[in-house]
Design a protein. Structure first.
Length: 144
C-alpha cells in the first residue's frame, strides 16, 4: 500500500467518528511498519482520547510511520501529554499529516515539536478531504 492508501484509511476512520466527538474534531490515525498496519484508531466518542493516544497504546510503534488526518496537538487542556509528545515518546520515525490544525494548541507547534525531536514530518496529503471532514472545527478556529 502507498502513503495515499494509508491516509485514505485514516480518513475513513475519522469519518466514522464525525458528529460523535463534541467540540473536538474526529481524527484518524493509522500506524504502519514495513508496509503493514500495526495500529489504528479514531478520536474517542466525546472527543477523548485522541486518535494518536489510542493508536500508540495498541502496539510497539518504534520506527513506524503514523498517518494522521489532523496535525497532532502540542498541548492538552487536561494537562496530560500532547499527541505530538506521545508520538515522540513512542518512537515513531515518520508522521504524515493531512491537514494543519488551526487550534491554538496545535497550529504548527505540533509539527515543530515532532521535527525538533528528529521525527520526519510530511504535511498536506489529502488536506482538502481532511479539512472538509471537520469543516465546522476548521471554520470555528479560522474565523476572526
Amino acid at each position: 500500500m502507498s502513503d495515499l492508501e494509508f491516509m485514505r484509511r485514516a480518513l475513513s476512520l475519522a469519518a466514522a467518528g464525525v458528529g460523535q466527538t463534541g467540540d473536538n474534531p474526529s481524527v484518524g490515525c493509522v500506524i504502519v511498519r514495513d508496509g503493514a498496519v500495526i495500529a489504528e484508531a479514531r478520536t474517542g466518542d466525546g472527543g477523548r482520547p485522541h486518535a494518536e493516544e489510542r493508536a500508540v497504546a495498541l502496539a510497539d510503534v518504534r520506527g513506524a510511520t503514523a498517518y494522521v488526518t489532523l496535525e497532532p496537538c502540542a498541548k492538552r487542556t487536561n494537562g496530560t501529554a500532547s499527541c505530538a509528545d506521545r508520538l515522540i515518546e513512542a518512537g515513531v520515525a515518520r508522521v504524515v499529516i493531512a491537514a494543519s490544525d488551526p487550534h491554538p494548541f496545535a497550529s504548527g507547534v505540533g509539527v515543530e515539536r515532532l521535527r525538533a525531536a528528529g521525527v520526519s514530518v510530511e504535511t498536506g496529503l489529502l488536506a482538502s478531504e481532511a479539512r472538509q471532514l471537520n469543516a465546522d472545527f476548521h471554520r470555528r478556529w479560522t474565523q476572526s
